[in-house]
Design a protein around this ligand. Structure first.
Ligand SMILES: CCCCC/C=C\C/C=C\C/C=C\C/C=C/CCCC(=O)SCCNC(=O)CCNC(=O)[C@H](O)C(C)(C)COP(=O)(O)OP(=O)(O)OC[C@H]1O[C@@H](n2cnc3c(N)ncnc32)[C@H](O)[C@@H]1OP(=O)(O)O
Length: 238
């Protein structure tokens, strides 16, 4: 496993150190990171191909994923924000956390959604920069992917919502650089509350790594979100 991680670090160039500066070119904006790249191991590719096959009849759909929140989504979210200009800047400049690390060293994942069954599946290969206990994934990294997958499931089935509550049971440690499957479903809807749950299993489904339940709350258009509070963020970056 450690050898596999070392190979990953070499192929992705992570040992060369961090790159300086930021690029906001449209080329960077439009790279879909939920497609196979050289850092994906065989298991990841196999699962990806299996889900692409399942997507052929339209029951499953691959969810594209970018470093930035796609500004096409702005129509869906702008009713919640009083300042549309600031929102647009935020969505196109700030990076989505799970896509903010270099290729292969952090979160490699692809999600698929089934609209009929209200289910979202994420295939996830956690790279060497997500280490917690030696040789295993950090719990926060696991929580990030669980939250992201549950979030997609909630948003795609119920509309724009935020995580209000997240409970995770970590049953077994997840080996670094292994591939796991996060299986999410919408359990029920009560008013603005969307109850979702998931399990995280090994590729052969024999090992149950984690289980989680979560409540997402659909945003209320009457309650505006003021992102001016993150003004310091822009000052520091520029
Ligand atoms: C705008 C964000 C979304 C934008 C998405 C845009 C595009 C999507 C594109 C790509 C998506 C990419 C990734 C998608 C995945 C994302 C996953 C990440 C999601 C997050 O990482 S997100 C960050 C962490 N998240 C927060 O930062 C939330 C902080 N929080 C709040 O902002 C408020 O708290 C809020 C809005 C949650 C509710 O506030 P509110 O004022 O609208 O609602 P209110 O309090 O009135 O509650 C209404 C009913 O929910 C019940 N309720 C409330 N809180 C509860 C709790 N904790 N447990 C159980 N029930 C709860 C009440 O009991 C009441 O229930 P009842 O109706 O029965 O009385």
């Amino acid at each position: 496993m450690l050898r596999r991680c070392a190979r990953l670090l070499r192929t992705t160039g992570a040992l060369c150190g961090p790159k300086r500066g930021r690029s906001f070119s449209s080329e960077v904006l439009h790279v879909d990171h939920s497609l196979p790249n050289p850092s994906w191991n065989e298991d990841m590719r196999l699962l990806f191909d299996q889900f692409m096959k399942k997507s052929e009849d339209g029951s499953w759909k691959r969810l594209p994923s970018y470093k930035y929140n796609p500004t096409e989504r702005i129509e869906d979210v702008k009713i919640f924000f009083p300042d549309a200009k600031l929102l647009k800047e935020q969505m196109s400049q700030a990076q989505l956390f799970p896509r903010s690390l270099g290729e292969g060293v952090g979160f490699e994942y692809a999600m698929f959604h089934n609209h009929v069954e209200d289910r979202t599946v994420c295939i996830f290969q956690g790279g060497p920069h997500l280490q917690g206990a030696p040789g295993f994934l950090h719990g926060g990294a696991i929580a990030t992917m669980i939250d992201s997958t549950l979030g997609m499931c909630a948003i795609l089935t119920g509309g724009i919502a935020m995580t209000a509550n997240l409970n995770i049971n970590f049953r077994r440690p997840i080996p670094l650089c292994s591939v796991v499957v996060i299986n999410c479903q919408l359990d029920r809807v009560e008013g603005r509350k969307l109850f979702v749950s998931c399990n995280v299993r090994s590729m052969d489904e024999k090992t149950l790594y984690s289980e989680a339940t979560s409540t997402f709350v659909k945003l209320d258009p009457k309650k505006k979100i003021d992102i001016r509070a993150s003004g310091a963020f822009y000052t520091n970056l520029q």
